[in-house]
Design a protein around this ligand. Structure first.
Ligand code: GLN
Length: 186
């Protein structure tokens, strides 16, 4: 499983994958995509990642791999980059358009409004401790998108075909169950 490693919290994802006994590869160049069974798009700063994706040429190639069905899991900034529509993004910010969701960057507020909360996830029999850090809000979803968890009226974990996205950071807690959900989709 690849972990996009241009910027952001990619190390924590590789640690979680190692704990699950899954071989991972940092993805920094187009050639790093060869032979992957899935890819994780980490949290960080989506506008910076967007710049680096454009500069490296990885953006175009990865978009086409995702549209061809490469399983993908985006967390926070990674989810923003998967969205069909990004509100409050930068005008030149690119998206992979890999999931039919509309998101608003920093929708829960700025850094001071970061929060943690136990959430209930479909298919898990006990709560998951979710960390939200300058998190995007999912404002609407298409009819093919399945909601696996919500906080209030807003979905926070969503799945569409081979794509999974969370507005929180499962890589920053020791609970591996959200990563297991992704691995079950590969
Ligand atoms: N606010 C960040 C962005 O717009 C995302 C925050 C995060 O990934 N923790 O990219």
């Amino acid at each position: 499983v690849g972990v996009l490693a241009l910027q952001g919290a990619f190390d924590a994802h590789t640690r979680r994958l190692a704990e699950l006994g899954v071989e991972s590869r940092l993805v920094k160049d187009i050639s790093d995509l060869d032979g992957l069974d899935g890819i994780i798009l980490p949290g960080g700063e989506s506008t910076t990642m967007s710049n680096l994706l454009v500069a490296s040429g990885l953006g175009v190639v990865l978009t086409s791999r995702l549209h061809d069905g490469l399983p993908v899991f985006g967390t926070c900034a990674g989810m923003i980059m998967m969205a069909h529509t990004i509100h409050d993004g930068r005008p030149d910010q690119i998206s992979f358009d890999a999931m039919d969701i509309k998101v608003r960057r920093n929708g829960y507020g700025r850094q001071n409004d970061s929060f943690e909360q136990d959430i209930s996830i479909t298919s898990l029999d006990s709560p998951f401790h979710a960390l939200f850090i300058r998190a995007p809000i999912i404002e609407s979803i298409g009819s093919d998108v399945e909601v696996l968890a919500s906080v209030g009226e807003h979905p926070v974990l969503v799945r569409q075909a081979q794509a999974l996205a969370s507005s929180f950071h499962p890589e920053l807690v020791s609970d591996l169950r959200v990563h297991e959900i992704f691995l079950s989709m590969i």
